[in-house]
Design a protein around this ligand. Structure first.
Ligand SMILES: C[S@@+](CC[C@H](N)C(=O)[O-])C[C@H]1O[C@@H](n2cnc3c(N)ncnc32)[C@H](O)[C@@H]1O
Length: 189
């Protein structure tokens, strides 16, 4: 065996080990840390239409609880003029989000942070896909921090007091989970 062939085998083994470790971390994170269901492609397409309809002049987009960055990456691809920010308190998910943005060469500001600690005074568009119990405190935060006219889109869970200006159900075939993948569109008054 030549030295070149040996180097190639070692290199391929290394790539395989890295891939397996990443896959293991990915699986463990999903099992242990729970609820990381990403927004579906179909719903992201709808989200992009909502942005173009309600806030075409927006400068920035925030995904609060961005997981592994699925939505942020898609928004940056389709609307590259937007400054895209994603925050999640799960370090592993932020690691994967950063890795993907590096490989896809999309400049996105991913931060490991509790979404309740991030300042939203300058936000133009806020997107969330979070547990129902987070919606009341999030509504309070957005009410006190967001500027008038900011666009807020929530997926599946809605706010207790704010009234949506539009509701779009992207998955009508699941009657038991009526609001699953339903987008609630709000404008900060
Ligand atoms: C259902 S996933 C949604 C991921 C992504 N936004 C999407 O739609 O594809 C919800 C994410 O919110 C994150 N999360 C929940 N509570 C949070 C908090 N207080 N601060 C930051 N992230 C939070 C979870 O770690 C999880 O990754």
């Amino acid at each position: 065996m030549t030295a070149l062939a040996l180097c190639l085998i070692i290199f391929l083994d290394l790539v395989l080990v890295i891939f397996l470790v990443l896959f293991l971390v990915f699986m463990l994170d999903s099992l242990v840390k729970g609820h990381d269901l990403p927004t579906s492609k179909k719903t992201i397409k709808q989200l992009i239409k909502i942005i173009l309809k309600h806030k075409p002049e927006a400068v920035n987009f925030y995904d609060l609880g961005c997981g592994r960055g699925t939505v942020a990456l898609a928004i940056k691809k389709e609307l590259p003029q937007l400054e895209v920010r994603g925050t999640d308190y799960n370090a592993i998910r932020i690691f994967f989000a950063k890795l993907k943005s590096f490989f896809f060469r999309r400049k996105i500001d991913f931060k490991k942070q509790d979404l309740f600690k991030i300042g939203l005074q300058n936000a133009d568009i806020v997107y969330t896909y979070l547990w129902y119990d987070l919606m009341p405190p999030l509504e309070k935060k957005l009410q006190s921090e967001l500027k008038t006219g900011a666009l807020v889109v929530t997926n599946t869970s809605k706010f207790p007091n704010w009234q949506p200006v539009e509701i779009i159900n992207t998955r009508t075939k699941i009657p038991k989970l009526a609001d699953f993948e339903t987008l609630f569109v709000y404008k900060k008054e």
